[in-house]
Design a protein around this ligand. Sequence first.
Ligand SMILES: N[C@@H](CC(=O)O)C(=O)O
Ligand SMILES: NC(=O)OP(=O)(O)O
Length: 320
Amino acid sequence: MSQATQPILLSSHLLGIEGLSVGEITALLDLAEDYVALGRSREKKSPILKGRTVINLFFEPSTRTQSSFELAGKRLGADVMNMSVRTSSVTKGETLIDTATTLNAMRPDILIVRHQDSGATSLLARKVDCCVVNAGDGSHEHPTQALLDALTIRRRGRSFQGLTVAICGDVLHSRVARSNIHLLAKMGARVRLVGPRTLMPADVARFGVETFTDMREGLKGADIVMMLRLQLERMSGAFVPSTREYFRYWGLDREKLSYANPGALVMHPGPMNRGVEIASEVADDLEVSLIHEQVEMGVAIRMAVLDALARGLPQEGRNI
Ligand SMILES: N[C@@H](CC(=O)O)C(=O)O
Ligand SMILES: NC(=O)OP(=O)(O)O
């Protein structure tokens, strides 16, 4: 493998995009390119994490993130353990911190954590002495999602400079939106947020992006249309009249997509709610939809992140 000539040393944890520099983001994307090639080869493996232990600790459901971190760790030769939170002693009242420090005592090298509370992964990073990766904390950040989205865009030959990206839907509850806003702004793209007023964060001004409550207006001039799922599990009370009404105004179908730039591409982090935020006619149109490519890039990005973290680990294991 060619691999990045400049070794990337992520400073012990990957907790969010906000704390990464443009150089670190670019280096991770470059390293992930090698892992895309490796993933498409017959062998698919590199022994770079041999002897290392990776634990997946997911307090919220996941299909893509958990399985791709597992595959990424295995393809790099690590021992990967998926902690089943639903059948763990969390059900007997054990706290997040006690659970994590218990697993930490088993001497993993990397702990990958998804949790429903914003800030949970940063808190854990202060309590354990292994690397922590944020696999999604509440509505705060989902850094590897933004990195895989960036890799997907870059591999389509789109330069971030001057690219207009419309992030549409439930921005308020979306950690995917927050991580993407940070990343795209750092890389020089123009970001606009599109959705109902009730689903825009109150502090939206702090992001310095344009906002639109009319979907067609918001899509005019967009090169990338990034759809978000309605995060019903994070809502208490009615933020939208009904999912049917929601689709009528903010669901992406061919008619609304026609307002975007010619050749505009559609992204969705998954899982999708068809007929709520996106129509099947768009999601399944391989001319415009990057959804499956995003999933493939997820494995490569997570291999790059594990690799970059492992480079900073002590060679002979941790001090006893
Ligand atoms: N899977 C992404 C997006 C979503 O669930 O809507 C997340 O966990 O944030
Ligand atoms: N995009 C994403 O994080 O998907 P999962 O919730 O299935 O992991």
